[in-house]
Design a protein around this ligand. Structure first.
Ligand SMILES: Cc1cc2nc3c(=O)[nH]c(=O)nc-3n(C[C@H](O)[C@H](O)[C@H](O)COP(=O)(O)OP(=O)(O)OC[C@H]3O[C@@H](n4cnc5c(N)ncnc54)[C@H](O)[C@@H]3O)c2cc1C
Length: 221
């Protein structure tokens, strides 16, 4: 089913990521971690649906998206970033394979954090976030989405990894087999993985080599 929604506001979260607040259609329910297909309901853009992940709490009265803009390229994210409040969008019913299945390690890169934000917000509201940890990889500290909120939820259990930069408070490493071996003691727990294809492939194969069973690794196909 396709729902019609209205953009209520948008604002920058980082230099190239914005949060969008849209109206919530009556009866629209989602499980944190699921995605929807979103399209701008105007001329040729209405045919250009793209997958995005609601980052709001499932009980919120509005729906939030957290979306990285590809400014250099005339695509949907650039057009979304230029919309004004009142713009109409269409949104599909939710779909997807990432959902919370118990405490574990969340491994995210870039905008791949969005399903985890939705999951963490729900866990935090239920007081169930403590046993989880986060390894969040970005290019530079300026690229880290929702850093304050994630540090607030996870404290010492959040690792912010950057591949470039030198500001204190971040680990300048790559999330590879060596990193995981050094920083994780139990490979029998749950792992949640979301990020660009190169990150997913590298992390999933490192986890397998380190003994994580494929059934314990939750990722978007
Ligand atoms: C299930 C799912 C959930 C997702 N959730 C989110 C989310 O919550 N937030 C989020 O930010 N992203 C999310 N994504 C990713 C998001 O769908 C894409 O970033 C989005 O579809 C890009 O749309 P676009 O029209 O701007 O770019 P597209 O035209 O679809 O291009 C996609 C990619 O190709 C590159 N590209 C293509 N052509 C050019 C060109 N000419 N010049 C430069 N680059 C080019 C872009 O850099 C971009 O990476 C999700 C993806 C999936 C599969």
């Amino acid at each position: 089913m396709t729902h019609s929604v209205t953009l209520l506001m948008s604002e920058f979260v980082t230099h190239d990521v914005k949060r969008y607040i849209v109206t919530r259609p009556d009866g629209f329910e989602f499980t944190p971690g699921q995605g929807v297909e979103l399209a701008i309901d105007r001329d040729k853009w209405s045919e250009e649906g793209r997958p995005f992940t609601p980052t709001s709490h499932p009980d919120d009265k509005v729906i939030e998206f957290t979306i990285k803009t590809y400014e250099e390229h005339e695509g949907v994210t650039r057009e979304l970033s230029r919309l004004k409040p009142g713009a109409k969008l269409t949104m599909s019913d939710p779909f997807g394979t990432i959902s919370y299945q118990g405490p574990g390690v969340f491994l995210g890169a870039g905008a791949g954090i969005t399903p985890f934000i939705a999951i963490f917000r729900e866990l935090a509201s239920k007081g169930e976030i403590e046993k989880n940890s986060l390894i969040f990889s970005n290019k530079t500290p300026a690229d880290v989405i929702s850093e304050k909120e994630l540090r607030h939820y996870m404290g010492e259990n959040a690792h912010f990894i950057c591949t470039d930069g030198d500001e204190p408070g971040y680990e300048y490493e790559r999330v590879d087999k060596d990193y995981l071996e050094k920083n994780i003691s139990d490979f029998g727990q749950k792992f949640y993985v979301c990020g660009p294809p190169g990150f997913m492939k590298a992390v999933n194969s490192a986890l397998e080599e380190l003994g994580a069973s494929p059934e314990s690794v939750v990722f978007e196909n």
